[in-house]
Design a protein around this ligand. Structure first.
Ligand code: G3I
Length: 448
C-alpha cells in the first residue's frame, strides 16, 4: 500500500464532532484514513466502543491493523468486526479490503473501566497516523502572515518532545513563546548559576521550523526561586539587574521580543503586592525595562498581563504605566494581552482597548490566548468557542499595531488549564488528538 502522510479527524460522537477543514486537499496531504470513534453506551463500570474507518487515501487498502492505546485503565473484554487486542484491531478476511473513499463500520467492542473514560490519543492504520493535523488549508502562520500578523504558540520541552505536537506546531505557528524554560527558576536556579539548556532547545527547535521566538519572562512573581524572594531589597535589585543582563544577554539577537515584566497588577488596578513590589516599590518596572534594553537593544520589550483584554480597572492601570513610561523615556515597545478567556467571555471592548494602547505608540499582541469551557465539550460549546476565537482574531486584525496572536499551547493535550482549573479545559484550537476544532477553522476564516 502506498504510504501517505498523516491525517484524519477523530469524532468523539458522544461529545465532540471535529472534522478536517474543508477545501483544497491535494493527493499528498489527503492522508490515508479517517477514524470515527464513539461510545454509544457507557454504564459507569464499562462501555461499548464503536469504530469506523474511512479510506481517504485514494488507493485501496488490502489488509489492515488499527493500533491505539487507551490513556486510562480500559480493558477490552470482547469485540466484533475485527480481531481485537488491548491495543489493536486487525481485519477479518471478509473486511480486509477498503476501497478508496469507502467507510468500514460495524467495528466495536465492550470494555470495562474505572475513572475517566477518555478516548485513545491517536489511531494508526498500518502504522500510519490517522489523525494528523489540518489537511486542505493553508497553515495559520501563512494565513496570518498574509494579513501582516503572526500566528504563534507557546512551546515547552515536553511539547517539543511530543512528535505530533512538534510537527503540528511547526506547521501552524510562525512564532514560538517559550512556555517555561526561560523563566527564572529554569535559568538561574541558584544565584549566578545560569542554565539555558531548555530555552536553547526550544530556540533551536523554533529555528529549525523557521519560527521566530518570543522570550518569556524576565521578572515575575511566579516560578522565581526562593533564594530570590528571600533577598533583602538592595540585593534583590542587583539580582534582578544581573538576571536580566545574563538571560537577555544570552538570547541577544535570538529572540525578537521579551516579556520583560509579567503580571505586576492586581485585577483592581493596584500594584500586585509581590515580593518585587514590597521590597523594591513602584520603580522596579522601569529599572527592569532599562536593563533589558541594555542587554538586548534590538528586542521588542513588552509588559505582559492577563485580565487586561478589555477596558477596565486593570487595563486602565497598565495604560497609565505605559503612558508614563513613554513620557519618561522608559524603553517599552509593546504590551502583551494574555487573553486567558472564558467561553463567551471575549470583552466587547477588546478592539477599542488594543487600539488605545497602540495609540500610545506601542505594539500590542495577544500573547497567551486560550478560551476554556466546563468539560465535557459539546458541539454547542465548541461553536461558541469558535465564535470567540474569531472575535479575538478580528480584534487584532482591526488594529494596525496588533502584531500577532499566540495561543498558550496549540493542542488541548498540553494545555495548562485542566491542572489549574479542575473540570475545565478544551481551551485550544486543536483537541487532545491534534484534530482541528471549530476554533481552528474560525481562526483560519478570520485570517483568510
Ligand atoms: O518542573 C517541575 C517538575 O520538576 C515537577 O515534577 C512537576 C510536578 O508538578 O512540576 C514541574 O513544574 C511545573 C512547571 O509548570 C513546569 O512544568 C509547575 O508545577 C507548574 O505550576 C508550572 O506551571 C506553569 C505556570 O505558568 C506556572 O505559573 C505552566 O506550565 C505554564 O504554562 C504557565 O504559564 C503562565 C505564563 O507563564 C504567564 N501567564 C499565565 C500562564 C498560565 O498560568
Amino acid at each position: 500500500m502506498k504510504r501517505l502522510p498523516h491525517v484524519l479527524s477523530l469524532v468523539l460522537a458522544s461529545t465532540v464532532a471535529v472534522a478536517a477543514p474543508a477545501a483544497t486537499a491535494t493527493a499528498d496531504d489527503a492522508g490515508q484514513c479517517k477514524i470515527t470513534y464513539s461510545v454509544p453506551n457507557d454504564w459507569g463500570s464499562g462501555f461499548t466502543g464503536a469504530v469506523s474507518i474511512t479510506n481517504t487515501s485514494g488507493m485501496a487498502i488490502d489488509g489492515w491493523t488499527l493500533t491505539f492505546s487507551f490513556p486510562g485503565n480500559q480493558r477490552i473484554t470482547n469485540g466484533w468486526g475485527a480481531t481485537w487486542t488491548q491495543t489493536s484491531a486487525t481485519a477479518m478476511s471478509w473486511n480486509r479490503t477498503i476501497a478508496p473513499g469507502a467507510t468500514l463500520s460495524g467495528l466495536g467492542f465492550n470494555a470495562s473501566y474505572s475513572g475517566a473514560n477518555s478516548p485513545p490519543a491517536e489511531f494508526r492504520l498500518n502504522g500510519q497516523l490517522c489523525n494528523a493535523p489540518t489537511p486542505g488549508t493553508k497553515p495559520l502562520r501563512d494565513l496570518a502572515a498574509a494579513r501582516g500578523k503572526y500566528f504563534g504558540s507557546a512551546m515547552t520541552v515536553p511539547e517539543l518532545e511530543d512528535t505530533q505536537n512538534r510537527e503540528l506546531t511547526a506547521r501552524e505557528a510562525g512564532v514560538i513563546t517559550v512556555g517555561n524554560e526561560m523563566k527564572w527558576e529554569a535559568t538561574e536556579p541558584s544565584r549566578g548559576q545560569f542554565t539555558f539548556t531548555g530555552g536553547d532547545r526550544i530556540w533551536a527547535g523554533a529555528v529549525a521550523a523557521g519560527q521566530r521566538v518570543r522570550g518569556h519572562t524576565l521578572v515575575w512573581h511566579n516560578q522565581t526561586p526562593q533564594w530570590v524572594q528571600d533577598l533583602p531589597a538592595n540585593q534583590l535589585r542587583q539580582a534582578m539587574l544581573d538576571h536580566i543582563a545574563a538571560v537577555a544577554g544570552h538570547y541577544r539577537g535570538k529572540v525578537f521580543a521579551w516579556d520583560v515584566v509579567n503580571e505586576a497588577f492586581e485585577d483592581n488596578g493596584t500594584r500586585r503586592q509581590s515580593f518585587w513590589q514590597q521590597k523594591l516599590g513602584d520603580g522596579y518596572l522601569a529599572e527592569a525595562f532599562r536593563a533589558a534594553r541594555a542587554a538586548d537593544p534590538d528586542a521588542k520589550l513588552y509588559y505582559n498581563d492577563y485580565n487586561t483584554d478589555g477596558l477596565g480597572a486593570k487595563s486602565d492601570a497598565v495604560y497609565e504605566l505605559v503612558k508614563s513610561f513613554k513620557q519618561q523615556g522608559v524603553p517599552i515597545d509593546g504590551v502583551g494581552f494574555q487573553s486567558h478567556l472564558l467561553l463567551g467571555g471575549v470583552p466587547a471592548s477588546m478592539r477599542q482597548n488594543l487600539q488605545r494602547f497602540a495609540d500610545l505608540g506601542v505594539d500590542v499582541a495577544i500573547t497567551e490566548l486560550d478560551i476554556r469551557m466546563t468539560l465535557p465539550a459539546d458541539s454547542v460549546k465548541l461553536a461558541t468557542q469558535a465564535a470567540d476565537y474569531g472575535a479575538v482574531a478580528r480584534a487584532c486584525l482591526a488594529v494596525t499595531r496588533c502584531v500577532g496572536i499566540t495561543t498558550w499551547s496549540l493542542s488541548d493535550k498540553h494545555s495548562w488549564i485542566p491542572s489549574v482549573f479542575p473540570g475545565q479545559g478544551a481551551a485550544l484550537p486543536f483537541d487532545e488528538t491534534f484534530a482541528p476544532k471549530p476554533a481552528y477553522r474560525a481562526l483560519a476564516g478570520a485570517f483568510s
